[in-house]
Design a protein around this ligand. Structure first.
Ligand SMILES: [Fe+2]
Length: 252
C-alpha cells in the first residue's frame, strides 16, 4: 500500500495545481520584459491552454523608471492583440488587462489603476533588491481608495530572504497580511529555483495560510517547461490547489 507521510516532499508538476485562472502574466507583447512579440505570446497562451488554463490576466509591469506604460496605451494594445489571436484560443479562453505596479515614489501620483476583473484587486511589486520605502503607506492608501492590494511574489524579495526565520517567517509580511494586503505566490518559486531562503518563505507562508493567490508570472514560452518538480509536501500542495481555486473567484 502506498503511504505518503504528510511531511514528505513529493514531486509535483504544474498540472497538479489545477490552475485554470492565471492572475499574473507578462504575455501582452512588447510592453515590458515579458513576451517580445505576438508569436511568442501565442506560444505562451497555447502552452497554458494545453495545461488547462482558460482565463488569463495580463499584468504588464508599470513603473515610471523602467516601464512607463500608460493605461490607455495598454488598453489599445490589449484590444488589438486579443482581436488578432487565433480563433481556437479566443473562443476557449477569457482575457483581462490589469497591471503589475512598481511601488516607488511616483506610484501615488500616477493615477491610472488597472485592476483584476473584480475591479478591486490591484497587483503591486517592489524591486527584488530594495524594499520600497512607500510600501506601508501604499498598502494603507490603496485600501482607503477602495482597492485590495496584492503583493506579488513575496518569496522573491532578497531583503526578506535575508531575514526569514524558519519558525517565525518574515515579520513584515505578517504585518502586511494583518494590514489587509493579499499575497500572491509564483508557480516558479515552488521549484526551489530561487534558492533555499526563498523556499523557506514559501513554506512558511503556505503553512500559515498567508497566500491568497497563485500566478505564473510567465515571461516566456520556455519558462513554462520549468514549472515542475515542486519541492513541497502533499499538505502544502493541497494549499496550493486551494489558491488556484481562489484565483477563480476573481473572475466572478
Ligand atoms: Fe510579474
Amino acid at each position: 500500500m502506498l503511504f505518503f507521510k504528510k511531511k514528505e516532499k513529493v514531486n509535483f508538476s504544474f498540472m497538479d495545481i489545477g490552475l485554470t485562472a492565471d492572475v499574473h502574466s507578462h504575455i501582452l507583447p512588447g510592453v515590458d520584459d515579458g513576451s517580445p512579440d505576438a508569436e511568442e505570446s501565442v506560444a505562451i497562451l497555447e502552452a497554458l491552454h494545453e495545461r488547462g488554463v482558460r482565463k488569463v490576466i495580463f499584468t504588464p509591469h508599470v513603473s515610471r523608471s523602467m516601464f512607463p506604460n500608460k493605461a490607455d496605451d495598454l488598453k489599445v494594445r490589449f484590444t488589438e492583440f486579443v482581436a488578432g489571436l487565433p480563433e481556437s484560443l479566443r473562443s476557449d479562453m477569457r482575457f483581462h488587462l490589469a497591471s503589475e505596479y512598481m511601488v516607488d515614489e511616483f506610484f501615488a501620483a500616477d493615477g491610472d489603476r488597472l485592476c483584476w476583473p473584480d475591479g478591486k484587486h490591484i497587483l503591486i511589486e517592489m524591486s527584488y533588491y530594495e524594499r520600497s520605502r512607500e510600501i506601508r503607506d501604499t498598502i494603507f492608501n490603496l485600501q482607503m481608495d477602495g482597492f485590495q492590494p496584492v503583493l506579488a511574489h513575496p518569496e522573491r524579495y532578497v531583503f526578506y530572504q535575508k531575514v526569514v526565520n524558519k519558525k517565525h517567517g518574515v515579520a513584515e509580511l505578517d504585518d502586511f497580511v494583518n494590514a489587509g494586503c493579499a499575497l500572491q505566490l509564483n508557480v516558479m518559486s515552488l521549484t526551489g529555483a530561487y534558492g533555499e531562503p526563498s523556499m523557506a518563505i514559501v513554506r512558511w507562508l503556505l503553512d500559515h495560510d498567508m497566500y491568497s493567490f497563485i500566478g505564473t508570472d510567465v515571461h516566456s514560452r520556455r519558462q513554462i517547461d520549468h514549472f515542475s518538480g515542486f519541492q513541497i509536501t502533499s499538505a502544502q500542495m493541497d494549499k496550493v490547489r486551494q489558491l488556484a481555486r481562489q484565483n477563480e473567484t476573481i473572475f466572478g
